[in-house]
Design a protein around this ligand. Structure first.
Ligand code: Z5A
Length: 214
């Protein structure tokens, strides 16, 4: 590949991120590129411990929105500095299941933390580093949650009411409008059409960046 890229899959629960990740992974690897897969929060031993902590239901102890936000950025810092940037420097592509747009949508939109308060954490953690391509899998919360909730026990964030996810989706859509590297995929279509749209968006990206093997 001419140069390694950072590709992120975003979306609400049940949006079909898992199958999108798998499809994009195979498509990138088919070009001959090496690829590292990550997920957030998580992706390093310490960040995976933070993931357990942040998803855990602490029952009588209220998890403040500030704590949740700080934990997301602590996990991201570990992942970006120990895995994502080193992989890109070695010429490996990175494919991420969630990244910074999740914090801006869930904590900014869902939890209603002012974007100006999130900005300094983004600066400290990312210093302007951002994805080359974000595929946002758009789904109405009622549809996504019905898919996700068919799978069993819910974590602390999944227990939120529908209005939380509606605010999160609204912020996702706004962030995508503002981000020239983001593509919205309608994930409420039949899965074959969703996959066709993902392949098309990825191909456009590869063509635009002249990402050809060699
Ligand atoms: N979070 C945050 O708040 N702030 C942050 O900064 C970050 C994260 C990084 C991570 O949990 C939680 O952390 C998440 C956001 C928050 N919380 N919530 N709630 P996670 O990683 O465990 O959960 P997730 O990322 O939401 O994953 P998920 O629920 O597994 O979603 P998914 O991967 O998109 O779902 P899926 O497994 O691909 O699809 C669900 C089902 O739908 C599956 O059976 C599919 O076969 C089916 N599906 C998918 N697409 C279709 C279509 N088109 N038609 C029909 N059926 C479909």
């Amino acid at each position: 590949m001419s140069s390694a890229k950072f590709v992120v899959i975003e979306g609400l629960e049940g949006a079909g991120k898992s199958s999108a990740v798998s499809l994009v992974k195979h498509a990138i690897e088919a070009t001959g590129a090496s690829l590292v897969s990550t997920r957030e929060p998580g992706g390093t031993p310490m960040a995976e411990a933070i993931r357990e902590c942040v998803k855990h239901n602490w029952r009588d102890e209220q998890v403040t929105v500030q704590t949740e936000l700080l934990l997301m950025y602590a996990a991201r810092s570990q992942l970006v500095h120990n895995v994502i940037k080193p992989a890109l420097e070695q010429g490996k592509w990175v494919l991420a299941d969630r990244h910074d747009m999740s914090s801006r949508a869930y904590q900014g939109g869902g939890r209603q933390i002012d974007e100006h308060l999130i900005e300094p954490l983004r600066d400290i953690t990312l210093q302007g580093f951002s994805p080359d391509l974000t595929l946002y899998m758009d789904v109405e919360p009622a549809v996504g949650l019905a898919r996700a909730r068919g799978r069993g026990a819910l974590d602390r964030i999944e227990l939120e009411d529908i209005s939380f996810f509606e605010r999160t989706r609204e912020r996702y859509l706004l962030l995508c409008q503002q981000d020239p590297n983001a593509v919205v995929i309608n994930s409420m279509q039949p899965i074959e059409k969703v996959h066709q749209d993902i392949r098309q968006a990825l191909q456009l990206f590869l063509d635009k960046h002249a990402c050809i093997p060699g």
